[in-house]
Write a protein that binds this ligand. Structure first.
Ligand code: SAM
Length: 265
C-alpha cells in the first residue's frame, strides 16, 4: 500500500505527474549513463524518482515536505539506492553535493511558485552542473528558448542562452498532473557552457546592458542604453544604434558588453 497519504500542498507547488507517458519521455530525455551523479529536485510522491531509480540504481533527491520523506525512503526499498535530503533546495550547496566527482545532472518537475529562484540557484553552481532537465510553465520555457524576432524574446532568454544551451523538449498539458495546474507546462534541457567558452568579460556589465536594453524594448538601443553608453560606442562595437533589443542576437549583446568593458576609462 502506498505510504503517500497527505493531500497535495498548494503552497509547495505540489502538482504530481500522473501520466506515465510523460514520465517515460523525461527519463528518455535524461538518459542516465552508468557512474553519473543524478539529483532530483522535488521528488514529491516519486513519479519521476522511481522510474529513474529503477533505471540508474542510484539517485539523490531534495524534498522540502517532511510528510514525503519517510514514504519516499520506504518506497525505495528494493528499488535502488535513494539518498533523500530533507531541505529547501535553495539552501543546498550543489558544489558540496557534487564532491570530487564533479558534474551533477539535475532533474525536476519544479514547484512553479519558486521555479526562477531554483533556476538561478542552479546556474550559480553551473561549474558543477552538467545539465538540467526541468518541467516548468510553458510560458517560461518559451521565453527561455526564444530568439530574435520572437515576441517573447527578452532578458530571460538572453541571460540564459549566454550561459547555457537551451532546448525546449516537449509540452505537457494540465491533465497530466494531479491536481492539474492552471497553466500548460513544458520540459526544457539546459546545458551550461564551459566557463571559458562563455566569453563574457564582465558579467555584471553584461547583465546591466541586457537589463537596460530590454527595459524599454520599444526604444532603440541608443536610447535604452543611455545610462550605459552612447551611440558612438554602440557603432564602435559593430552594432546599429537604431536597432531595438529584440533584434539583437545573444552574441551581439556579448559583443557590445565586451567592447564597453575593454574601452572603459
Ligand atoms: N516530482 C514530483 C512529480 O513530478 O510528481 C513532484 C513535483 S511537484 C510540481 C514539486 C515538488 O517540489 C513537491 O514535491 C514539493 O513538495 C517540492 N518542493 C517545493 N518547494 C521545495 C523546495 N523549496 N525545496 C525542495 N523541494 C520543494
Amino acid at each position: 500500500m502506498s505510504g503517500f497519504k497527505a493531500p497535495p500542498k498548494k503552497n509547495l507547488g505540489q502538482h504530481f505527474l500522473a501520466d506515465r507517458s510523460y514520465v517515460e519521455r523525461i527519463v528518455l530525455a535524461v538518459n542516465p549513463q552508468p557512474g553519473e551523479r543524478l539529483v532530483e529536485i522535488g521528488p514529491g510522491q516519486g513519479a519521476i524518482t522511481f522510474p529513474l531509480l529503477r533505471k540508474h540504481g542510484e539517485l539523490t533527491v531534495i524534498e522540502f515536505d517532511r510528510d514525503l520523506i519517510t514514504p519516499l525512503m520506504e518506497a525505495s526499498e528494493g528499488v535502488g539506492r535513494l539518498t533523500v535530503i530533507h531541505k529547501d533546495v535553495l539552501q543546498v550547496d550543489f558544489t558540496k553535493l557534487a564532491g570530487d566527482e564533479g558534474a551533477l545532472r539535475l532533474v525536476g518537475n519544479l514547484p512553479y511558485n519558486i521555479s526562477s529562484p531554483i533556476l538561478f540557484h542552479a546556474l550559480e553552481h553551473a561549474a558543477v552542473v552538467r545539465d538540467m532537465h526541468f518541467m516548468l510553465q510553458k510560458e517560461v520555457v518559451d521565453r527561455m528558448a526564444a530568439g530574435p524576432g520572437s515576441k517573447v524574446y527578452g532578458r530571460l532568454g538572453v541571460m540564459l542562452q549566454a550561459y547555457c544551451r537551451v532546448e525546449a523538449l516537449f509540452d505537457v498539458p494540465p491533465g497530466a498532473f494531479r491536481p492539474p495546474p492552471k497553466v500548460d507546462s513544458a520540459v526544457v534541457r539546459l546545458v551550461p557552457k564551459a566557463a571559458d567558452s562563455v566569453g563574457i568579460a564582465d558579467h555584471a556589465l553584461f547583465a546591466r546592458v541586457v537589463r537596460d536594453a530590454f527595459g524599454q524594448r520599444r526604444k532603440t538601443i541608443r536610447n535604452a542604453l543611455q545610462q550605459v553608453c552612447d551611440a558612438a560606442a554602440i557603432t564602435a562595437a559593430g552594432l546599429r544604434p537604431e536597432a531595438r533589443a529584440e533584434q539583437l542576437e545573444v552574441a551581439e549583446f556579448v559583443q557590445l558588453a565586451n567592447h564597453l568593458a575593454a574601452t572603459r576609462p
